[in-house]
Design a protein around this ligand. Structure first.
Ligand SMILES: [Zn+2]
Length: 135
C-alpha cells in the first residue's frame, strides 16, 4: 500500500525519481541526495507504507538490516552510522519509516554524537515496566 503525497511512496510508484541503489520485492535503498549528511548517505525503507518502525511488517523489517549490510559492503566503508528516527520530536521528517546509512569518513563528517546521558532518570523502573508489559 502506498500513500499519495508520501515522498518514499512516490519513489516506490516511480512518481519521484531518486537514485535507487538496491531493490527487492519488499524494500528499496536510495541515495539520500536531498539532505545527505555525508557522501554516500543512503536510506533503506519498506515499499509498503508504514509511518514508524513499530508499524512496519516483520518480513519487511527482516530485509532492512541485511540491505544496509549489503550497501555498506558495496561502498567499502568501515565507519558509518545507522540511524532510524520515529516521530517529529525524534527528528523524523519523512513519515514513511526508513533507516539511514550514513558513511563517516572523519569526525566532522556525517552524523555527530550528541551527549546527554540522562543519569537523573530511574531507568530500572522504566525497564521493569517494559518487561512486565512484554509478559
Ligand atoms: Zn509512504
Amino acid at each position: 500500500m502506498t500513500i499519495q503525497g508520501c515522498l518514499l511512496c512516490d519513489v516506490v510508484s516511480g512518481a519521484r525519481k531518486l537514485p535507487i541503489v538496491l531493490e527487492t520485492d519488499r524494500i528499496s535503498a536510495i541515495g539520500a541526495s536531498i539532505e545527505a549528511l555525508s557522501a554516500g548517505h543512503c536510506v533503506v525503507f519498506p515499499k509498503r507504507h508504514a509511518s514508524s518502525l513499530h508499524e512496519v511488517d516483520d518480513a519487511d523489517l527482516a530485509e532492512i538490516l541485511p540491505a544496509i549490510k549489503r550497501v555498506a559492503r558495496a561502498m567499502g566503508i568501515g565507519s558509518y552510522n545507522v540511524l532510524q528516527n520515529n516521530g517529529a520530536v525524534a527528528g523524523q521528517t519523512v513519515f514513511h519509516a526508513h533507516v539511514h546509512l550514513i558513511p563517516k569518513s572523519s569526525a566532522e563528517d556525517g552524523l555527530r554524537r550528541m551527549v546527554d546521558t540522562h543519569r537523573h532518570v530511574d531507568h530500572g523502573v522504566i525497564f521493569e515496566t517494559i518487561r512486565a508489559r512484554l509478559g
